[in-house]
Design a protein around this ligand. Sequence first.
Ligand SMILES: C[S@@+](CC[C@H](N)C(=O)[O-])C[C@H]1O[C@@H](n2cnc3c(N)ncnc32)[C@H](O)[C@@H]1O
Length: 312
Amino acid sequence: MAITHRGPGWYWTTYWGDGHTASCAQGAPGAAAGQLKALWSAFAQARPAGARVLDLATGGGQAAAWLLAAHPGLLVTGADFADLPAERPEAPGVTFVSGAPLEKLPFADNAFDGLISQFGFEYGERTASVREAARILAPGGHGLFLSHHDQSAITQDYEARGRPFIAALVDRDPLRPARRVFDLHRRGASATALSEAEARMRSAVAKAQDAMANAPPHAEVRRHVAYLQALAAEPARFEPSDALSRLDTLEAMILSWRLRYEAHRRAMMDEAGVQALAARMAREGLVVQPPTPYADGVGALLGWRIDFAKPA
Ligand SMILES: C[S@@+](CC[C@H](N)C(=O)[O-])C[C@H]1O[C@@H](n2cnc3c(N)ncnc32)[C@H](O)[C@@H]1O
């Protein structure tokens, strides 16, 4: 996929434009989807018909779609700072607003009767995001966030996939020597310079491969390393400008993956972190229930459940 535009949230735009259409919790361990759907369906059914509900950091809009499926009388909007299509077939009836940072939301004061977020709100800068959430929720309105827990099955799964990715493709950085080889080819460099550069590429790719040796299966990182191995094995088979352009794309994909991984690490909360978030919400005038761990149907921890309301 060509990555041409790097506006705010570009590293999430690449994710949502790359076939991850439903949710980043998709494929989470355990019976996650059923339990997530149950959470949002119950929230939707407790709202009156005509209530305006906003799904913050909506991504593929999975939670927003579940709200509307459970209660078609709601007016549901999904907002995210990534570029999303205005309508998505997976979330019929939901209005999507792109370019909407949590820290500066493009909505009027008191614009919504309900606020939700599924693994999204915690990604924002906390002070500004909480202020914005409190501003756009109407008096008498209710909210529910499900936020990343540092011990959840999703976090552990993400870590298990992230570590080998970072070790193989970021720490070993096999792209730089690969790029050097094809740059030299393109410039018609001497045979000696080429063979030295090719030896460095082979060594870097072998180290990347070693870094994955004990890693759990992760299709994306394996695919990237397999391509680099093919380049290193027979560079002369590849047209240099094609290889360089594919390496550019690969570099952007790796960077966007790394930025999402780092964002997740900043977003997840331990007990103290979620208590601090709840206290901040209370300081902005919201009435917040004590956050509780939320588990799926087979007992796998999914995240922190944060229920809140704005006094009428
Ligand atoms: C883990 S995904 C969750 C998406 C969706 N709610 C779901 O459950 O699948 C996090 C989402 O937060 C969005 N996001 C991250 N930081 C943001 C910010 N500062 N402002 C608005 N959206 C943000 C990303 O674009 C991404 O769609």
